[in-house]
Design a protein around this ligand. Structure first.
Ligand code: 6PG
Length: 244
């Protein structure tokens, strides 16, 4: 039974703790019936605290051997760049795990974007179960930009939300930086979508998206086909949700 739920936390550290603990519980439950759990990680700053918390509290856990880590989007930069979403996860999380065999499927941001979008799409197809003719991740973790973008689907490229591709090349509207992004149909095909939003700077956009569902914003198109959508917000980010 698919559901949409908004979880609001007094402070971002409470959000991070609850989200992280919930993810580990969910992965362990899934692992009872699934050999592998497929996850698409988010980039940006919000997940960094989650990576740190998971590394501090679950570094010895064996569950990580059963997770296939992908990315919902990646900047077209080398993995050692401070801009790299993989690089941040490696520095803050993977490098601190005691797991013997991690299954990390990074986007090769250092390669030709168009070719990498094709390669990564094929890699996802090979390693993620499918449903409705599309890859079906167990979990897609997303952030939300103040402009309403999610993954790397920006308002001026909103057609990527309904692209028939699995991954596409996007361009950051301000910096011109090329990105590889999951497209919207794949995101909406997942079993669970979790959007993390922390800080006052997200309050206006969250109001426009969560209830008003203003379709000019890509994140307003998040609507799982058969899965669940969870908004994890701290009180600052949720501060305008219930005002006129
Ligand atoms: C990226 C992200 C992007 C991010 C939002 C929010 O690669 O930057 O995937 O979609 O989630 O921009 O970023 P913050 O968490 O830094 O606010």
């Amino acid at each position: 039974m698919k559901k949409t739920e908004i979880k609001i936390f007094e402070a971002s550290n409470h959000l991070i703790k609850e989200l992280s603990d919930e993810l580990v519980r969910y992965f362990k439950t899934l692992n009872k019936s699934q050999k592998y759990i497929t996850v698409a990680l988010s980039g940006g700053n919000t997940p960094k605290e989650m990576f740190k918390y998971l590394a501090e509290n679950y570094s010895e856990d064996k569950i990580w051997n059963s997770v296939k880590f992908f990315w919902g989007d990646e900047r077209c930069v080398p993995p050692d760049s401070s801009e790299s979403n993989f690089g941040e996860a490696e520095r803050l999380f993977f490098s601190r795990l005691k797991s013997s065999k991690l299954h990390i499927f990074r986007v090769q941001g250092e390669d030709n974007p168009e070719q990498e979008a094709e390669r990564y799409s094929a890699l996802i197809n090979k390693n993620v179960d499918t449903e409705n003719g599309l890859p079906k991740f167990h979990l897609v973790l997303l952030g939300i930009g103040e402009d309403g973008h999610t993954a790397s689907i920006f308002p001026d490229q909103i057609s990527l939300f309904n692209s028939d591709k699995i991954c596409a090349v996007a361009v950051h509207p301000k910096t011109g930086q090329k990105r590889i992004t999951l497209t919207g149909k794949v995101i909406n095909n997942s079993t669970n979508i979790i959007v993390m939003a922390a800080g006052k700077s997200k309050s206006k956009i969250l109001k426009k998206i969560v209830f008003s569902k203003n379709k000019k914003y890509p994140a307003a198109h998040l609507k799982p086909v058969s899965g669940n959508l969870f908004w994890f917000a701290d009180e600052s980010a949720a501060s305008e949700l219930f005002t006129e």
